[in-house]
Design a protein around this ligand. Structure first.
Ligand SMILES: O=C[C@H](O)[C@H](O)[C@H](O)COP(=O)(O)O
Length: 226
């Protein structure tokens, strides 16, 4: 296993250890979350009694394959905890998420959770926050107008495409616009600028994470809210 994969696995295992019987658990998306879902699947097989709420179609399919009982936000509008990955995080536990296009459901589930635990490898730690394009989910109807506004704000927007060259469509049937900015000096200020009609949500997660568990070498480093 590569060092990166092992860091992801260590973080995922540390987060899954925090789960207890009776919890409603948000299941994140992406490669690190997939490792956590696999760990949860193994724990459920050993008798752990939790119910999951997936944040993407891909995570739902994986959880079903593993026999993890699932529910919905309609049944449980408040979750006990959510375990999810991140594309970048800083020491203030501000995140960039949505590299895999799942940011909308992820943010809804994270915001509905009493606790939000982020799992990451050591390449994700960035002060200042940056080094990864900021995904913005946009309703197709308004995309040209939103792009125009983002250009005016000098945020270098690019509509995400699939490998086949078609526009990338999210689980909620929207587009993703990636903002090619190097670093985000003030994430809160940028989040305010992104309140634009037609933008459904953006990948800056501010004030949501309670803890980041980061695999580094053979260890897990814990970052908590100041
Ligand atoms: O949309 C995707 C999610 O925000 C992922 O949690 C994020 O991209 C991190 O993914 P990975 O664990 O694969 O680096």
């Amino acid at each position: 296993m590569s060092e990166l994969a092992s860091e992801k696995l260590l973080a995922a295992q540390a987060a899954v250890k925090q789960l207890a019987d009776g919890m409603i658990v948000g299941l994140g998306s992406g490669s690190t979350s997939a490792l956590a879902i696999r760990e949860i699947g193994a724990a459920v097989e050993q008798g752990l009694d939790i119910i999951g709420i997936p944040t993407s179609v891909a995570s739902e399919e994986l959880a079903r394959e593993l026999g993890i009982p699932l529910t919905t936000l309609d049944e449980y509008p408040v979750l006990d905890t959510t375990i999810d990955g991140a594309d970048r995080f800083n020491d203030q536990l501000e995140l960039i998420k949505g590299g895999g296009g799942a940011l909308l459901r992820e943010k809804i589930v994270a915001a509905a959770s009493k606790r939000f635990v982020v799992i990451a490898d050591s390449t994700k730690h960035a002060n200042p926050l940056g080094g990864f394009p900021i995904p913005v989910e946009v309703i197709p109807f308004g995309v040209q107008t939103v792009l125009h506004r983002l250009e005016e704000l000098k945020l270098n927007p690019v509509v995400r495409q699939t490998d086949a060259g078609a526009p990338y469509i999210t689980d909620e049937n929207n587009l993703i616009v990636d903002l090619r900015v190097d670093t985000v000096a003030d994430p809160k200020q940028l989040a305010e600028q992104l309140v634009i009609p037609g933008v459904v949500e953006h990948g800056l997660f501010i004030g949501l994470a309670d803890e980041v568990l980061m695999g580094v070498g053979g260890d897990v480093q814990r970052f908590v809210k100041a």
